[in-house]
Design a protein around this ligand. Structure first.
Ligand code: KMH
Ligand code: ZN
Length: 273
């Protein structure tokens, strides 16, 4: 099997310091968490920018600082969020693409997201896809339901995305596809031929979904954005702690871990291998 690409979703937009004192907020903290996660085995870090008070922001200046700090400290793919937080406008969210990061998320549909709605109208998805192409940004297609895979295929047919794509299959968001392995299997079966995929289980689905992905030849996303616990009732004390467990499990199951250069080739940032 291919080497395993591990993504650390370091902080997200919604997790608060009240929920976990370990969630990184400032660019400095986010960069330190990225360095630690990369040293533990992550080859991609998925980041959200925050204001000083912890509230989410899509301010380009904050993202620029995050990208520069991480780039100066270690070799890891920095994947910025175009999802931002529930309730942000598409204008706010898409601005970050013009920084030309190596990779950015592209969610190909709308979905109930806990108490809110994560809105991605067709015209917004198209605009983000076009901007990513213009700025040479590798999209990670975030899919929270099978219809979003169908939409990605339509964007390919329309020439807005090109195959092979890299998908992130997110399972377990309240309102979206539940975090069960049979749902993961169905999502994988719907992917276009030749695409790579990562699986992200939310909350208590993180560990079983990660194990399934390792066994099925996919890739794994863990991190405090998706799950703040290491085990029942015990908070994860860092993103690196969650990454390190995946490295141990993968090695036990016969998968080696990709470094950032290998991950770039596998997900399509530099000529696919
Ligand atoms: N915060 C969620 C509403 C992404 O990063 O692209 C959206 C999200 C997806 O986290
Ligand atoms: Zn995110």
């Amino acid at each position: 099997m291919d080497k395993l690409v591990i993504t650390a979703a370091l902080n997200g937009a919604e997790v608060t310091r009240e929920q976990s004192p370990y969630v990184p907020i400032s660019p400095e903290e986010i960069a330190a968490a990225a360095v630690e996660a990369a040293a533990a085995g992550a080859s991609i870090v998925h980041v959200h920018a925050r204001n000083d008070d912890g509230t989410p922001t899509q301010d380009k200046r904050v993202y620029r600082e995050i990208i520069e700090r991480i780039g100066a400290a270690c070799d890891v793919i920095v994947q910025v969020s175009t999802g931002g937080a529930v309730g942000m406008t598409a204008e706010e969210r898409g601005n970050v693409i013009t920084l030309a990061p190596e990779m950015a998320t592209l969610t190909t549909g709308s979905v109930n997201f806990g108490p809110g709605v994560f809105m991605n109208e067709p015209a917004v998805i198209e605009r983000f896809a076009d901007l990513m192409r213009l700025h040479g940004v590798c999209p990670e297609i975030e899919v929270f339901d099978v219809g979003m895979i169908a939409t990605a295929k339509r964007l390919v047919d329309a020439g807005r995305l090109s195959l092979p794509l890299h998908f992130d299959i997110v399972l377990g968001v309240p309102g979206a596809i539940p975090g069960e392995i049979h749902h993961l299997m169905h999502m994988i079966s719907a992917l276009p031929e030749g695409c790579t995929w990562t699986a992200a289980g939310i909350g208590r689905a993180q560990l079983p979904i990660a194990n399934a992905a390792i066994l099925l030849g996919g890739h794994v996303r863990v991190g405090l954005e998706d799950n703040i616990y290491y085990s029942r009732g015990r908070l994860a004390m860092s993103n690196a702690e969650l990454v390190a467990r995946i490295v141990r499990l993968a090695r036990e199951l016969g998968r080696d871990i990709a470094d950032a250069g290998e991950a770039r080739r596998m997900v399509g940032i530099s000529g696919r291998s």
